[in-house]
Design a protein around this ligand. Structure first.
Ligand code: CTP
Length: 468
């Protein structure tokens, strides 16, 4: 393990602990990550005795520690040095009260401390003590579980998960990030105590959910969330997408698995968390809008409108930000059918201009979402759609180069219209501005000043304004 202790901090902690006559270890996520060859800049140290005393001793020896914080109530300390974070804590033995996450803390041995951790792969420690410096302390065979790519609780799963129900989310998050399986007994433990998630705040659940969504293949996590029924507790709208109905021999697709496919597809093209959320939400209103008619079969008319309206409500409940990120997702949900709809008609310049105008900066993301939304099993159909979308993309590039409507700014402003006709701010100004925008988008005039001024003059006179 010595090769993993190359950072100078380890030597400093070793000497500090020696001087205090305290035992010290590296523990938890850092040990897991170095063994998995994942770079990590968070290091947790555990000591038998006071974590704060050890941190003080360490801080004294560090020349360039930029930030040192002591949390007396929790018995922990945090040191930040450049972009590294060091956390110090005394080993604990914990017993939890049934109704809350807040544990009653008692001092304990290293093994007590390892017992109270979430998974065997997170419960390994490396000694920083002189007699066995660099040796792995692994009482629960975490190294073997790491090799077997398995998540397993050190204690009876029901105890570990009831102690801190957020760990059920963490199990699924690690399974998704690392592509590990959850050990059978641990999985059963989650199913058994799933409803205990209710004591966890939505913010912390959403933190884990976002980590699942940022993994290379989030469908792994969503399937586990669904199968364990954790998803039912905080995102029933997504659960409602699941299922297939059949009438007159006609089936619609399972929108839950379709959504997951679209999400995974998006992840192959983009790291943008909000584009990924747009994929999750794009069909969210299909259950609300589902209909069946003899003539049309299954329909989901207007699901893009209803869905885009639901985004705000869902973002609020899921404690996601209610800012431009939310408006971006809502816009993409609203527009998600437009690029494909364009391929079904003769693509006119004005239709393309309108799409660019409506999508603005996000037109490229919208096209990505559209491509990823094609999940048909019929390869010929997929090929045809993708090739049609390529045509739309070419056309967008072409129209954009000529007309620059992506960030459309009216070529004549409201203030200028007021000045041109010597009028007060009034309804007419709005009417002229809107007519100008329409004329540019329809291609009646080009997006330049000269043509715009002529158009404004003509329109003003039509509205009965006096010629300037
Ligand atoms: N831990 C735990 N139960 C939790 C959270 C954390 O037992 N609900 C323990 C685990 O041993 C974990 C360590 O505390 O390894 C540090 O937790 P944290 O920094 O939150 O997570 P990491 O495991 O380091 O992983 P990541 O940084 O990816 O969140």
């Amino acid at each position: 393990m010595l090769e993993h202790l190359s950072h100078p901090i380890f030597k400093v902690v070793r000497e500090s602990a020696r001087d205090l006559n305290q035992r010290a270890y590296v523990v938890g996520g850092f040990v897991r990550d170095v063994l998995l060859d994942r770079p990590s800049k968070d290091i947790d140290f555990v000591t038998i005795g006071s974590g704060i005393e050890l941190a003080k001793e360490v801080a004294n020896r560090l020349q360039n520690a930029t930030e040192v914080n002591y949390f007396k109530n929790f018995g922990t300390a945090h040191i930040r040095q450049e972009d590294w974070d060091f956390e110090f804590v005394g080993a604990r033995k914990e017993s939890y009260r049934g109704d809350s996450r807040k544990p009653a803390v008692e001092e304990g041995t290293l093994e007590d401390d390892q017992h109270r951790r979430d998974f065997t792969i997170n419960a390994m420690a490396i000694s920083l003590n002189d007699e066995d410096y660099g040796s792995l302390v692994d009482p629960f065979r975490g190294l073997q579980d790491l090799k077997d790519r398995k998540l397993k609780t050190p204690l009876d799963p029901e105890v570990t998960f009831s102690d801190d129900p957020l760990r059920m989310m963490r199990a699924i998050r690690f399974a998704t990030q690392l592509d590990f399986t959850i050990d059978e007994a641990s999985y059963k433990g989650i199913v058994k105590v799933a409803d205990r998630l209710s004591i966890i705040s939505q913010e912390r659940i959403t933190d884990e959910l976002n980590k699942i969504i940022q993994a290379p293949k989030p469908s792994i996590g969503f399937k586990l969330l669904f199968d364990t029924k954790l998803l039912h507790q905080f995102f029933p709208e997504m659960v409602a997408l699941q299922g297939v109905e059949e009438r007159n021999g006609l089936k619609h697709k399972d929108n839950f698995y379709h959504t997951l496919q679209v999400l995974d597809n998006v992840c192959d093209h983009s790291d943008n968390l909000w584009l990924r959320w747009s994929a999750i939400m794009h069909d969210i209103a299909k259950p609300d809008t589902k209909g069946f008619t003899e003539k049309e079969g299954w329909t989901f008319h207007g699901h893009e409108f209803v869905g885009s309206k639901k985004v705000k409500h869902l973002f609020r409940r899921l404690k996601l930000p209610l800012n431009e990120k939310m408006r971006y997702v809502s816009k993409l949900v609203l527009l998600h059918l437009r690029p494909i709809a364009l391929t079904k008609e003769i693509v006119t310049d004005s239709a393309v201009r309108r799409l660019i105008f409506d999508a603005g900066e996000d037109i490229d993301d919208l096209i990505t979402l559209s491509k990823c939304d094609i999940t048909s099993k019929n390869e010929r159909k997929v090929k045809r759609f993708l090739s049609n979308l390529k045509d739309v993309e070419r056309k967008i590039k072409d129209v954009e180069e000529r007309d620059r409507v992506r960030n459309f700014q009216p070529p004549v402003s409201g203030a200028e219209i007021i000045e041109m006709f010597h009028i007060k701010p009034s309804r007419e100004v709005g009417l002229i501005k809107n007519a100008l925008k329409e004329a540019v988008l329809e291609g009646e005039i080009r997006n330049n000043r000269e043509e715009a001024i002529n158009f404004v003059l003509k329109k003003g006179i039509e509205l009965g304004l006096k010629k300037p």
